[in-house]
Design a protein around this ligand. Sequence first.
Ligand code: SF4
Length: 616
Amino acid sequence: MPLAAGYLKLHARNAGLEDQFEIDILPTPLANSLGDQALVAEILDRDPWLVGFTCYLWNIDRTLWIAARLKERRPDVRIILGGPEVTADNAWVLDHPAVDFAAIGEGEQTFVDLLAALIRHDVPADTIAGLHVAGRPLPPPRKPLPNLDLVSSPYLAGILDAADEQLLLLETIRGCIFKCKFCYYPKAYDDLYFLSREKIVANLRHAAERGAREVVLLDPTLNQRRDFAGFVRLLAECNRDRQFTYFGELRAEGITPEIARLLRDANFTEVEIGLQSIDPVAQELMDRKNNLRSFERGVRALRDAGIEVEVDLIIGLPGDTAESVRRGMHYLQGSGLYDEVQVFNLAILPGTAFRHEAATLGLKFQPRPPYYVLGTPTLDLFDFYQLMAEAEDLFDTEFDPLPPPVVPNAESAREGDLREGDLREGDLREGEAPAEPDRIARMWRVDLDDAARQKPRPPGERSQAFTLWLRSSDFDHDASEAVDCVTRLLADNPHTTLQVLLEPTGDPERITIESLDTMRRACFRTTSYLDRFYAILPNRTQGAKRLVVLIPNAWQDRISAEWLDAVSEFATVVPATSAGDAAPIALQSRIVEPVPTGSATHIAENVVGSRREPSV
Ligand code: SF4
């Protein structure tokens, strides 16, 4: 849901700029599904004059790659970036040669001022607060909008529609009264900025009229409002028939049984709560104190009211030791005060106090998103792997598991690459339009035993999530050809989420460890966001690329346990007959005592990654 782009368009409209500019938001299904070069082609098809990107951890690498390709093809196109990745201390983004303008801080006014200035000049003649212009000194800071009514809302203005995803995103406050040093908010907002009661009601009426099933409140700390009980009553009034659920992030401290009941009456079914660390030194260093008794009372009240609580913990905070992190995990597990737990690695985000103090605090972190911390004076990379593995054991879960491999329907794919019409049943929900245009391919199938090979579809006609399906009677012999295929696809579209299916046509054990290692190295020769995100998790190397081995029926009882174990270190092994979401044949091997060696270490140290941000 492109809420940020909707805000920009609405603010420009309100400033009367739509007489001068046509502002087009790329439809979400295209933005979410097209491959890198297909996105470039889609954008250029619209003959743009200025292209804007809203950037966060997970898309900044790809955004800069796309911006560079746009500039190659259309050097006259101007590029502007905005979003939390655009901060004064994030030079690798601001100084990128494809970037003409970048909005630092809240973007709506800056965007409108830029458009107004560009009516008369190629580059704004005067300094605009918050607008970085390539080659110029950093601008003065942008003061936030006095209230959120000025941009609320793109739904009410017909720019976005809650019916599209049966979802409404609602921001009723910008800013946070707390000052957690790992968080971007305290630096970006000096105060609290509100949406009026009238606008809240109008947005929720839109949600009801358009059939929304969920309203996600984006406020940084939902219960930081003075009149929180009144606010929740208002949410309940606007949802009398409980058509939609509410979701938000809270601090548990201060939640009483009465407030919890109000939340349940409004139809909050789940909330997210940050605990982060129970260690006093870590709490002091991150400037966030937790009162455990108060936390316990709040969580208990919520759960007693029937609201599910997801609690967040962070690994890697300065001041924490392996022992104190363990104490935090065991405290939470022992108390039973959670329905879900999410354990995060600390990210040293641009624009945060921790980023500014990183050198003083002795924090090493990935230089690219998700900017995971790689070492503190009291924790090293080994501790991060070990503690995350322990957390998964303790809470009996795998954090951020990859979805099961998708095995396309073999019969429909026989003739070559998979096209929209070849999607297996169940790929689309009833009434749902195909995400990509017909020309977009999702697969390239190559028979390595056959000299006459299908070519892949052109790079600009491939989807973002792509399958390379390789068949061979001897993968050990054909490994270098397999590597060529992988390399080709990733060179064309480096941010592809690539699934490499290996279908042996002879003895599966000709898929040797050496051949898998060679293919895996080709997959991770360059890293994208997801690779770096997963690199610091304790499982085998995984990320935006994965190897999947298909075992033919005839071989399923004949393969050796040793081979299966060894292969599972590199690939998910599934039955070849399965189409759709395939269950692995054997549990993936885990690195029980993870030693950060080989490609995982390489990937971890060569970037940043972003899981969701920890909650309040
Ligand atoms: S982490 Fe949450 S509570 Fe802390 S400053 Fe950020 S938004 Fe506020």
